[in-house]
Design a protein around this ligand. Sequence first.
Ligand code: GDP
Length: 133
Amino acid sequence: MEKTLAIIKPDAIKKKLAGKIIDRIYDKNFNIAGLKMLHIQENQAKEFYKVHAERPFFNDLVKYMTSGPVIVAVLEKENAIKDWRNLMGATNPAEATEGTIRKDFGENIEANAVHGSDSPETASIEVPFFFPD
Ligand code: GDP
């Protein structure tokens, strides 16, 4: 069974969308192997998104991801990484497919409701980042 890291981001938590998003996760037959709410600290956000450190939106992204609590979760199923990315939709909600979480709940290219690991290599770093046990 493959594992991937999901984050319900601050915009979605503020809008009380966590329940709806978790329902969609269960509807697609993921198992939730771990789940917790936390407030990401600035140094953690910088480390988590370090591949984007040189991008012009990096500081805004760190500010946004630390702007309020998030829910981090480990999702488990066959093809979890790809299936969760498909359920999330494209980075920019305006370009996301109908019925995806980002299309339905994302505000803009930054505040786009959810995160998901983009490859097995990334998942193997991101899952223990928040779930070291
Ligand atoms: P993802 O894998 O679909 O989340 O997309 P990326 O890895 O490319 O970007 C990481 C996160 O940075 C996105 O989910 C957005 O929250 C944010 N982001 C990406 N592109 C932009 C951008 O052009 N502007 C801003 N402000 N934020 C962005």
